[in-house]
Design a protein around this ligand. Structure first.
Ligand code: HEM
Length: 435
């Protein structure tokens, strides 16, 4: 039997320097994993936190759901609200997941596909016709927001613009110090949260015009069998904006960056994409670009999620003592699963971007860009659909050229994103000879 080890610690007490290092050093966790092993504890601004990396530790964690629960920093908890399923556990969490999950069933996704394709074709036109370079990152952000706000929630025009401007104020304070001093980002975010909820409330109160997917939630019952209150539903919708916007925009921007900076990989992908159908019918859109029909596209999406995961880590709290990769973690500890480090932890060329690895028989990477266990991402299938449609839609119709002399490096916070916004020029592509 392997001997259990006590939890190694950095020795930090106040955690002020640790928090500073975390925000400045992209190799914060990597350095400490190297020194202390795959499971270690530190303190960040007074909050003890256990970092874990590697398949063994993560599998040990997620295979003991009765011993863990969800956790978010205080600022996120307050801004999402006490009804939000992200802040709930047990049956209250499960019931709300089931309700919100109705928005991401395969029938719901088929319904959204036509609008998503329309957004992509519009973007393609803009890129083709623009006389000046277009910042692709901003376009990806706009697209990711439109998909949730308009396609899923059915919000259009002015309502959508107002929602977006409050949403930006709200997100700025998500990972801030949760003290509402007058004029502080957190105080502003609390006010914008109220406006966002009022707006979402009025959307829920409108007669359902078969716009978006909200009619799918009609008649939803909570864990004791009574209809979910409007306040409760409103907070679930707010969570969708939070969870689905920055993440999807980051995945799309990083993917475009890799393709445009690695012409060989772009060419390798185009050899597959040029023979795929565009636009697909809404019914076929949800399956036509799956790994069987589009293995190279699948490999590129997986590699982007591995190399620059949109969510660098996710949290849990222990309800009782647990053993993770041979290390004993006491009860009531916050755990951060370090995805960035886990994705590059192992043997081989894991520090380079090489999508082909996912098509090799010996590839045994167990990636978790969408988290895992009982809290695995609810919007995974929507995100997958958005990304695959966008790549096929743009690259089938356009040649994209990056503008030189811009900073292609990634800023990491809140999610990886090209610093100068990935300025591109687009031009039409003729596929006559290929069809
Ligand atoms: C590439 C895009 C995305 C990535 C990488 C991503 C990743 C994640 C991760 C890592 C988690 C935490 C899972 C855990 O704690 O185990 C999560 C949770 C969640 N995601 Fe996503 N996500 C993406 C897009 C979306 C979209 C488009 C939506 C919906 C519009 C969405 C809705 C949610 C929700 C509601 C949760 C909370 C689940 C719960 O606590 O039970 N996500 N996501």
């Amino acid at each position: 039997m392997t001997k259990l080890r006590p939890l190694p610690s950095t020795g930090a007490i106040s955690g002020i320097l640790e928090a500073l290092a975390f925000s400045r050093d992209p190799n914060f966790a990597k350095r400490r994993f190297k020194r202390l092993g795959n499971v270690f504890e530190t303190t960040m601004l007074g909050q003890p936190m256990v970092f874990i990396q590697g398949e063994k530790a993560i599998t040990d964690l997620l295979s003991q759901p009765e011993s863990i629960e969800g956790w978010w920093p205080e600022s996120v908890q307050q801004l999402l609200g006490s009804h939000s399923l992200a802040n709930r556990n047990g049956t209250a969490h499960k019931t709300r997941r089931r309700i919100v999950g109705q928005l991401f069933s395969s029938l719901a996704l088929q319904r959204y596909s036509a609008w998503i394709i329309h957004l992509i074709d519009n973007l393609s036109e803009t890129l083709k016709n623009s006389k000046t370079p277009v910042p692709l990152t901003e376009k990806m952000r706009h697209f990711a927001f439109s998909v949730i706000a308009t396609t899923v929630l059915g919000v259009e025009g002015n309502d959508s613009d107002e929602l977006f401007s409050d949403f930006k104020i709200w997100t700025k304070a998500l990972f801030s110090i949760p003290i509402a001093l007058p004029g502080s980002p957190f105080a502003k975010a609390l006010k914008s949260r109220q406006r966002l909820l009022n707006k979402l409330q009025s959307i829920l109160n409108q007669t359902l015009k078969n716009k978006g997917g909200l009619d799918l939630l009609a008649g939803s019952l909570d864990e004791v069998g009574i209809p979910l209150t409007d306040a409760d539903l409103g907070e679930q919708l707010l969570l969708l904006l939070f969870a689905g916007y920055e993440t999807t925009a980051s995945a799309l921007s990083c993917l475009m960056r890799e393709l445009l900076l690695n012409r060989k990989i772009e060419h390798w992908l185009r050899e597959e994409i040029d023979f795929l159908e565009w636009p697909p019918t809404p019914k076929r859109a949800t399956t036509i670009y799956d790994p069987t029909n589009a293995p190279r596209l699948d490999a590129i999406v997986k590699e982007v999620m591995r190399f620059t995961p949109p969510v660098g880590g996710f949290f849990r709290r222990t309800k009782q003592s647990l053993t993770l990769d041979g290390v004993v973690v006491p009860h009531n500890r916050v755990i951060q699963v370090a995805l960035i480090d886990s994705n590059r932890h192992g043997i081989g060329d894991l520090d380079i971007f090489r999508p082909q690895r996912h098509l090799e028989n010996e590839c045994s990477l167990n990636l978790m860009p969408f988290g895992g266990g009982e809290r695995v991402c609810l919007g995974k299938s929507l995100a997958d659909l958005e990304i695959r449609l966008m790549v096929v839609g743009l690259f089938r119709q356009l040649e994209l050229e990056v503008i030189p002399d811009q900073d292609f490096s990634l800023k990491q916070i809140p999610s990886p994103s090209p610093r100068d916004g990935l300025l591109v020029k687009g031009k039409n592509r003729s596929l006559e000879n290929l069809d």
